[in-house]
Ligand binder design. Structure first.
Ligand code: GRF
Length: 215
């Protein structure tokens, strides 16, 4: 399977994908990473690991439609089967989504449907929840609202800052995103309405694991 990864910033989830490919655990190719931000640290990761990338900036186009048309063209040109949003900070339009039906996934740092949108970890802290986590879901026309494929639950410690929670959630993001990509590449993910079934998977969630608390 060929995946196209869309990024805007740090790229630690992209790094987790690359690391799992290099370890032989994740058996997919990345023919293209697209960043809408020329300063994204994710691009250094591409250079370091020989992953092809393109910078496509929104401001280089007259409107959002033309910007997205260019991304679609590049992804189709590379024969991408699955589009992975890994910290891509733009909301995709129905046009883009219609080009890859149930073939776009996103990672979000909360247990959806709670805390959609920006600063999900800060929203969780301010709300006072005792558990948060991360979600990998299919992208549909709603923001952070498509069918859920996997979640990992992370407890919120008393008095914890949103930065600390974000770091601990990130450890789990780095596990569930490559896992879901591998499941999809093996043809094990079935979607019916909002319900997603993963053939042969014993769980859709990764429980709290203190070993992952070391970072
Ligand atoms: C992650 O927290 C992800 O859940 C959210 O954006 C952040 C991207 O981090 N969508 P990185 O660029 O992968 O390090």
């Amino acid at each position: 399977m060929r995946i196209g990864v869309l990024v805007s910033g740090r790229g630690s989830n992209l790094q987790a994908i690359i690391d799992n490919i290099e370890k032989g655990k994740l058996k997919v190719d990345i023919p293209l990473v697209i960043s809408d931000n020329p300063e994204a640290k994710a691009l250094e990761r591409c250079k370091r690991h020989g992953v092809p990338y393109k910078v496509i900036e929104r401001k280089a186009f007259k409107n959002k439609r033309e910007f997205e048309e260019r991304m679609v063209m590049e992804l189709e040109d590379k024969g991408v089967d699955l589009v992975v949003l890994a910290g891509f900070m733009r909301v995709l339009s129905p046009y883009f989504i219609s080009k890859f039906p149930l073939r776009i996934i996103n990672i979000h740092p909360s247990i959806l449907p709670s805390f959609k949108g920006l600063d999900a970890q800060g929203q969780a802290i301010r709300y006072g929840v005792l558990f948060s986590g991360c979600t990998v879901h299919f992208v549909d026309e709603t923001v952070d609202g498509g069918p859920i494929i996997a979640q990992a639950v992370v407890p919120v410690f008393p008095g914890e800052s949103s930065d600390s929670l974000a770091k601990r959630i990130l450890n789990y993001e780095h596990r569930i995103l490559p896992q879901v990509i591998q499941w999809i590449s093996e043809g094990r993910v079935y979607v019916k309405g909002r319900e997603v079934k993963v053939k042969g998977a014993t769980y859709g969630t990764i429980p709290f694991n203190p070993d992952l608390e070391q970072f």
